[in-house]
Design a protein around this ligand. Structure first.
Ligand SMILES: Cc1cc2nc3c(=O)[nH]c(=O)nc-3n(C[C@H](O)[C@H](O)[C@H](O)COP(=O)(O)OP(=O)(O)OC[C@H]3O[C@@H](n4cnc5c(N)ncnc54)[C@H](O)[C@@H]3O)c2cc1C
Length: 374
């Protein structure tokens, strides 16, 4: 363990902490990454790993440009992290079909389609049920149609996080498996981070503690509203069937992954910091799976996982300096899009720390100061 002062201590080794640590080290800073459990052991390691949800909170305004920038950055980043770390995050371009089964669903999707179809780089269009089955033979032919997003992409989320962590280590980032317990402060500056039986001195601190970021409120006193939103995923084995695209319906999804398994999710559960899997979630996900792809009825369940998304008070990520502090930063709150948005959030945060400004479009909308104005 180092006893010298670090330029930056990053708390939390999910994707936000690991990628920010890598980018700060690339910018020439001496960085320590502090993690309570292990790298990617929560949402970042157990997400679905799709980058294609160009709808929901913040879309199209104010985060369309931010989301497109984030999506574009993934392919070159995957190559860069592989070159530095040797870990392949299994980035792949993958079409995405959001199925509608009745007129009401189709009407609701077509509202978003009005603006999505103008974003030519995404390649979004409406397909009728016959066209859906041509694109994805395993999709339920009884659907009415689907929104087809041709240029979505996927990574294996644990490998994405591991690649960032190992690339960071290659650039000299020190990793410590310790639970941070507070800040050492002097006026409006933090001088370090405390953990059980120790302290690290730091020139700056970044809080990237996912849904646990809220627990640091007593350390700094600012309002950074983040709550846990539990989600569960099933991994299944099917001897013959392989889904080419990803299928979505009613907040759930399914895709075949490079590990040879079929991953199907998900739930949205407000149950605090509970990360246990449940039978109700298994049944709900299986029901949605069979609606999307009926031939999965004979797939065999191999694994069920549960983890917690960090959901911010307004559904947008929280990135920037903690109000009232000179050298304390935060990166969290990406909810269901933390893998997609990880690039925009971490490049934006690293730029702000290294130079005080960023070219990543839309990062100013993520400033934590927005929660202090009310
Ligand atoms: C089921 C599910 C599916 C998902 N699918 C997708 C998807 O397809 N696409 C997408 O874009 N997003 C997806 N997401 C969302 C995405 O996974 C999250 O938004 C993202 O991983 C959050 O990353 P993070 O680094 O902010 O938090 P986390 O991954 O939670 O990391 C925070 C880390 O901080 C550590 N920590 C906390 N407190 C302390 C402390 N006191 N000291 C030290 N360390 C601490 C924790 O142990 C943890 O490792 C999904 C999420 C879930 C739950």
């Amino acid at each position: 363990m180092s006893s010298d002062t670090r330029d930056v201590v990053v708390v939390g080794a999910g994707i936000i902490g690991c990628l920010t640590a890598y980018l700060l080290a690339k910018g020439g800073l001496k960085v320590t990454l502090l993690e309570a459990d292990s790298v990617g052991s929560h949402a970042s390691g157990f997400a679905f790993g799709e980058m294609g949800a160009i709808d929901g909170a913040g879309l199209p305004d104010p985060l369309l440009e931010f989301s497109l920038w984030s999506l574009r950055r993934h392919e070159p980043l995957a190559k860069e992290l592989f070159e530095v770390s040797g870990v392949d995050n299994e980035y792949q371009a993958r079409g995405r079909l959001k199925l509608a089964f009745n007129d009401e669903e189709a009407r609701a999707y077509k509202k978003d389609l009005e603006w999505q179809s103008k974003v030519t780089e995404l390649g979004v269009e409406w397909l009728d049920s016959q066209e859906v089955v041509k694109v994805e033979p395993l999709a339920n032919p009884e659907c009415l149609g689907a929104v087809y997003l041709q240029r979505a992409a996927m990574v294996e989320p644990y490998r994405h996080t591991l690649a960032a962590a190992q690339a960071a280590e290659k650039l000299g980032v020190e990793s410590l498996l310790r639970r941070a317990t507070g800040l050492v402060v002097q006026g409006d500056r933090c001088l370090g981070v405390t953990f059980e039986n120790g302290t690290i001195q730091a020139g700056m601190v970044v809080l990237a503690m996912g849904p646990w970021t809220q627990q640091a409120a007593s350390w700094h006193g600012a309002n950074i509203p983040v709550t846990p939103l539990k989600g569960q995923i099933l991994r299944l084995q099917h001897s013959t069937q392989r889904i080419r695209t990803s299928l979505h319906y009613s907040g759930s999804y399914v895709a075949s992954k490079p590990d040879g398994l079929i991953w199907a999710g998900t739930t949205e559960e407000e149950v605090g910091f509970d990360e246990e899997t449940t039978l109700q979630a298994r049944d709900k996900i299986m029901g949605d799976l069979l609606k999307m792809a009926p031939s999965m009825a004979d797939a065999e369940l191999v694994q069920q996982t549960a983890c917690l998304r960090p959901l911010s008070g307004d559904g947008l990520p929280i990135v920037g300096k903690v109000p009232g502090w000179e050298n304390l930063y935060v990166g969290t709150g990406a909810g269901r899009k933390g893998i997609l948005w990880s690039t925009g959030m971490c490049y934006g945060l690293a730029d702000l720390i290294l130079t005080g400004r960023t070219e990543v479009p839309g990062v100013h909308h993520l400033d934590p100061a927005r929660f202090q104005r009310d």
